[in-house]
Design a protein around this ligand. Sequence first.
Ligand SMILES: *Cc1c(COP(=O)(O)O)cnc(C)c1O
Length: 365
Amino acid sequence: MIPFLDLKKINLRHEEAIIEGMRKVLHSGWYILGKEVEQFEYEFAEYCGTEYALGVANGLDALELIIRAYNIGEGDEVIVPSNTYIATILSISANGATPILVEPDLLTYNIDPKKIEASITHRTKAILVVHLYGQTCNMDPITMIAEKYNLKIIEDCAQSHGAIYKNKRVGNLGDAAAFSFYPGKNLGALGDAGAITTNDATLYNNLKALRNYGSHKKYENIYKGYNSRLDEFQAPILREKLKFLDSDNEYRAGIAQYYLENIKNEDIILPVIENGDPSHVWHVFVIRTLYRNEFIEHMLDNGVQTMIHYPIPPHKQEAYKEWNDRSYPISEKIHSEVVSLPISPVMDHTDVLRVVEVVNEFRTC
Ligand SMILES: *Cc1c(COP(=O)(O)O)cnc(C)c1O
């Protein structure tokens, strides 16, 4: 069986460094917001090209805290793609603000900049872009709209660690950005973890307090804050794996390139890269087919595990009952046709060849 993602194999490459890092934290005697978190924040900011990075507990918190720090809440609207992972939308709802869903481009699966302006009202405060599946959004037109209407740009970089748009890395393309280090992401911890990047010193200082009960100084609270800190034990693991992020992403890109050049099947629609090469870090390799169930079964019968990112669009979720009657046709089409093929930094060449062979053998009749 070719697994969709072999996380154990990914992490065992770093076994010695991980154990050494955990021993270091154990022996430090300092287990919350210590030296390792601080070092990781420094290194991650440097990697992204931003002034600041701040470790938090997970990706959803990173998004939620940014929105909170910008004072976006009750009565405010935030523009967000209709086909993102639910967490992006939950971060807006959690602050009492209203998510305004905007349809994606069917070629790239990222928010369609041409559709944003029609959704802007006097209540709109921010555009929350998602670099979905690892590909950067088309930022130039989005930045122009944000400037025209004086909106914040918040990036959801949970799937795009390291992706580059016109010489800048994601995390440095807007006002503030959220990262998740959930184990399966391109940069993954061994548990929950996340980070925020920004060049905004005021925002950074507010967030530093917000993640720590709203306190800069022990027992003095200036905000009704959260407890959302990056775990000290995750920090050395992330520091070690960050050194390999670029080479891992390049390896993923090599597999993607091979898939793009060699998958030849009329019933399979391949992904499209919009902004040149390093703009896609291939968190997942997503194809589309009208015959999804048959395709998944065919792959499985031939020993290839696939996944769906994602089977139900946010507006059809029970959690958002109030939206269930709405129609977002592009999003619905995407959610009903997408399938993700295996891609990872530890996938063998023979497995890559085999996936192509099995995909090319798929016949609908
Ligand atoms: C994974 C993910 C999140 C949430 O991150 P967690 O660390 O699991 O909270 C948010 N947005 C997107 C697009 C994601 O893929």
